[in-house]
Write a protein of this length. Structure first.
Length: 369
């Protein structure tokens, strides 16, 4: 099978390397997604183990189409009966950009009709009740290039299962995991987040240090598919669980001025099975200090869209510049959409990386010298 795993813009290389490290073959990065090939085991493993991808799609077909007849025939040519049973559900959704086929409802109708026609030939029936497992068909048409997918994931992969609730402007788990990866967090590290909010960055850091696979505690769409062997799913979960490490020295500290956010963070850490690795305290950034020999600070400082919020955020950048002192074995990884961050912080980053937090263009500023 051919797979496509979309990811946040700017994370393609990191996401590809993560999948390779998790034992996935034939991986290559493209703009906004990672492609790879494999079998049912690869499908299950990528879902359970990917830290940075948003979903895992089976790539059913790719072709050029400027009219509905070509779209119909391209979809109809795919081997739908390999995955979709006679009683399974197969809804269709998608998007189109800069293409002749611009009507989303019309494209949905044609794609659905093409799949029905192909399945009718295989199952010799004129009616599908669609009461079985859901096989979400997704399409993307960009500059007349059609990609047809089956979504194996269900709820997006950033939904790890530990964040039932979140505070204001939460960072996606996949983006938090990317910052942790860029900070090169390992099992012996000490990590701090002075603006921890609901604790996502620290939780992702702890789970990486303990080698807890991102999706090991959640369910997936493919688990309701008859074509995926439940024994294979169980085997991959057991393999992932067997690789968790508790004999590590990792510890983290989370600070925030909002006691409600800290309570939420404590609850999330418990659900994530890392509560014993993170200490949460109420503390203002103006009171921040550390006397540790080694420390990795990873943080997403507040930034609002209203002018007063922006001004307050920029004042905090200056405070951070004063508090985040250049020391041996200390690093600081900070994400911000503010292009003037380095000037306000007081010094240029040793390295920076452009990422997108949804549609918001950000930079990750890294200080380690």
């Amino acid at each position: 099978m051919q797979f496509a795993a979309p990811c946040l813009l700017g994370l393609e290389g990191l996401a590809a390397n993560d999948l390779k490290f998790k034992g996935i073959d034939g991986v290559r990065a493209e703009n906004g997604r990672v492609l790879f090939s494999g079998d049912e085991q690869s499908l299950v493993r990528a879902n359970i183990c990917s830290a940075l991808c948003a979903r895992v799609f089976i790539l059913m077909a790719e072709f050029e189409a400027r009219d509905f007849d070509t779209l119909f025939e391209g979809v109809r040519a795919a081997d739908w009966s390999r995955f979709i049973g006679e009683h399974d559900a197969f809804p269709v959704k998608g998007n189109s950009l800069d293409s002749a086929l611009s009507s989303i409802p019309a494209c949905q109708k044609i794609i659905k009709k093409a799949v029905v026609e192909k399945l009718r030939e295989h199952y010799h029936t004129s009616w599908f009740d669609e009461e079985g497992g859901v096989h979400q068909i997704q399409f993307r048409i960009f500059k007349d290039r059609v990609s047809i997918y089956l979504d194996t994931t269900g709820a997006a992969l950033n939904k790890r299962g530990y964040r039932a609730l979140s505070g204001d402007a939460p960072l996606k788990e996949t983006l938090a995991a990317a910052m942790v990866e860029l900070s090169r967090v390992r099992s012996h590290h000490t990590v701090a987040d002075p603006f921890c909010g609901s604790g996502t960055i620290l939780i992702e850091a702890a789970r990486k240090a303990l080698n807890i696979m991102p999706g090991v505690d959640r369910d997936f769409a493919f688990e309701s598919w008859d074509c995926i062997d439940p024994a294979l799913i169980e085997k991959e979960r057991e393999r992932a669980q067997s690789e968790e490490r508790r004999d590590v020295s990792f510890i983290a500290y989370g600070y925030d001025i909002d006691e409600d956010a800290l309570e939420l963070a404590r609850r999330n850490a418990e659900l994530a099975r890392v509560a014993d690795r993170i200490v949460f305290e109420k503390r203002d950034i103006r009171d921040y200090t550390d006397s540790l020999e080694r420390l990795s600070v990873i943080t997403n400082p507040p930034y609002g869209e209203r002018m007063l919020d922006i001004q307050a955020a920029r004042e905090l950048y200056g405070v951070m510049g004063e508090k985040f002192i250049q020391k041996p074995n200390h690093s600081y990884t900070i994400i911000s959409p503010d292009e003037s961050f380095e000037r306000l912080f007081g010094r240029a980053a040793d390295k920076r990386r452009k990422l997108y937090n949804g549609t918001l263009k950000c930079n990750v500023y890294m200080y380690y010298k």
